[in-house]
Design a protein around this ligand. Structure first.
Ligand code: HEM
Length: 425
């Protein structure tokens, strides 16, 4: 990886995907700019752990850009039974170190921790009525995922690969300081990292990392694309607001639920059997292609994907006329409430873990069943009565994506972020 002299930026971009101490050392050599420090005043931090939008960069249209480097640490508590008061203090201390060390932003480190149904099963008391957190399950007749049932998921992000790697090393007891702040307790004093997954999102990064399984050798991923499939996603108006996905009463008020899928991509046919207009039709809608609504990676769309209620409602007519339906068009059918509000907040990013192109797909919503309904709409099984539309062919992007893992988590509000009980006490 470091055969050729690289710029600091190149090394940073490579480093999180690479991981490990040597990558960090390479980063640190070049980390001449300071990383902004955090705060000793917890009151200055938002009560909602999922409040990320105001702390991240937005583009000129107000679309929020996810942190360029991201890390998912799936964690297991080191013993059976319920967590003790000491466990809770240890975890809180490890997280407080992060808060002190790094500004909560894309320039520092932003993070949240969530807990699985399996974690809450450790307790005798159930979760309150209204907390919608089932075990993960297969969400399509054509998928057979593995289920992430670890106790907790710590999701961290930063534009600074060096900051993210340093934070990880502080959490796992490999460093005594984090951005000059003394690490009093390591996260791994109380939990084990059962699975470590990395990723990235943002223009340039997928193109640079496309030499992996799942992407054809022709290097088709455009330089401008933030994702492997060649388009922007997450337009502001096609995303739920953080308010909307927040649980608003009971002990978990201020929290949210998080579904995280990992989805393998096989993009040979996507790029080599289809031209640009066909890709636009399958990603957005046939109308988008027919009317030339998308240029390049979709930057021209501004702050919404251009999906109108009419494009969504006429999906069957479009299937008959064009012999295919679009991914966004299909998913949108499940993604509006009765008042027209968008229901889920997607924060997906790419991965080259194990040298395979995959997508980490975190989605936030008030309850997991909301996500399941949106996913059902995206399955489009109901559209296959049209002979042109098969379960995975001409049916959005389903021909090219393969769900490998699913997990469900409850992201509690900050006040009970460290090993919450089901009653919030
Ligand atoms: C490689 C995988 C995926 C890619 C590249 C992708 C890309 C996109 C793009 C480009 C859009 C249109 C722009 C936007 O509104 O963001 C979109 C919309 C959307 N996608 Fe995906 N997506 C992927 C997987 C998924 C999955 C697994 C789900 C799960 C349900 C999903 C749900 C949605 C939803 C709900 C919308 C918004 C539709 C609306 O309500 O306006 N996507 N996606």
């Amino acid at each position: 990886m470091f055969d050729r002299p690289s710029t600091r930026r190149d090394v940073m971009k490579a480093a999180v995907a690479l991981g490990g101490a040597s990558a960090l050392a390479a980063c640190m050599d070049r980390a001449d700019e300071p990383v902004p420090t955090g705060t000793d005043d917890p009151e200055s931090l938002p009560e909602r752990q999922h409040a990320w939008n105001d702390y991240l960069r937005a583009d000129e249209y107000g679309n929020v850009d996810g942190p360029r480097h991201q890390l998912l640490l799936y964690l297991n508590l080191d013993h059976d039974g319920t967590p003790t008061a000491e466990d809770r203090e240890t975890l809180e201390s490890a997280l407080t170190t992060l808060d002190r060390a790094y500004e909560r932003s894309h320039e520092g480190v932003i993070y949240s921790i969530g807990y699985s149904p399996a974690y809450f099963d450790r307790f005798e008391e159930p979760l309150p009525d209204g907390i919608d957190l089932p075990e993960p399950r297969a969400l399509a007749p054509f998928e057979d995922p593995q289920f992430d049932r670890q106790d907790a998921l710590l999701h961290l992000g930063s534009d600074r690969a060096d900051a993210l790697l340093e934070a990880e090393q502080a959490l796992t007891g490999e460093r005594d300081t984090a951005n000059t702040v003394t690490v009093e307790t390591a996260l791994t004093d109380v939990v084990t990292v059962a699975s470590r997954r990395t990723g990235f999102v943002g223009a340039g990064m997928p193109a640079e990392r496309q030499d992996v399984e799942g992407i054809p050798d022709s290097r088709p991923v455009p330089e401008a694309s933030p994702l492997f499939m060649g388009f922007k996603a997450g337009f502001a108006k096609n995303q739920a607001s953080e308010d909307y996905v927040t649980i608003d009463d009971g002990p978990f008020a201020g929290g949210t639920t998080k579904h995280v899928a990992n989805i393998r991509q096989r993009l040979a046919d996507w790029y080599e059997e289809q031209d640009f207009d066909e890709r636009v039709a399958e990603m957005f809608s046939p109308t988008h292609a027919a009317e030339g609504m998308v240029e390049g990676v979709g930057e021209n769309l501004g702050d919404d994907s251009g999906l109108t209620p009419e494009i969504v409602e006429t999906i069957r007519e479009q299937a008959s006329e064009y012999g295919r339906v679009g991914h966004a068009q299909k998913a949108a059918r499940g993604n509006r409430d009765a008042d027209g509000n968008v229901r889920v907040l997607r924060r997906h990013f790419e991965s080259t873990d194990d040298d395979v192109a995959s997508l980490h797909f975190p989605s936030l919503q008030t309850g997991i069943s909301v996500f399941e309904e949106v996913r059902e709409a995206m399955n489009g099984t109901d559209l296959t009565d049209n002979p042109a539309i098969r379960q995975r062919v001409n049916n959005g992007i389903l021909e090219y994506i393969f769900v490998r893992r699913r997990g469900n988590f409850l992201v509690p509000p900050r006040r009970i972020r460290s090993f919450p009980t089901p009653t919030g006490e």
